[in-house]
Design a protein around this ligand. Structure first.
Ligand code: FES
Length: 92
């Protein structure tokens, strides 16, 4: 008898690159899994990335399905989702 259960996977696109993650994964976690180390640039052009993981710092803002300033740490990955980091912020 096997105790293993099949996990549901979802496929999304991050800065034009497709990634499959386990259902229930946050966009912030998917960014890390995809090797994306930045979400946006500060007003001084410094790369920013998720910090608090709980919706407070606002450093994880990305564009999701055309909606700017979405919090990656508070958004679950969905099938077919399109995530964009700010130009140059998502260095791999
Ligand atoms: S990581 Fe701080 S608001 Fe998302």
């Amino acid at each position: 008898m096997s105790s293993a259960s099949a996990t549901t996977r979802v496929s999304l696109t991050i800065d034009g690159h497709r990634i499959d993650v386990e259902a229930g994964t946050t966009v912030a976690a998917a960014l890390v899994l995809a090797g994306v180390h930045g979400t946006r640039l500060s007003v001084n052009g410094q790369p920013r990335a998720a910090l608090c993981g709980m919706g407070v710092c606002q450093e994880c803002r990305v564009t999701i399905d055309g909606r700017a300033h979405a919090l990656a740490c508070q958004t679950l990955c969905r099938e077919g989702q399109n995530v964009r980091t700010q130009d140059g912020a998502g260095t791999r």
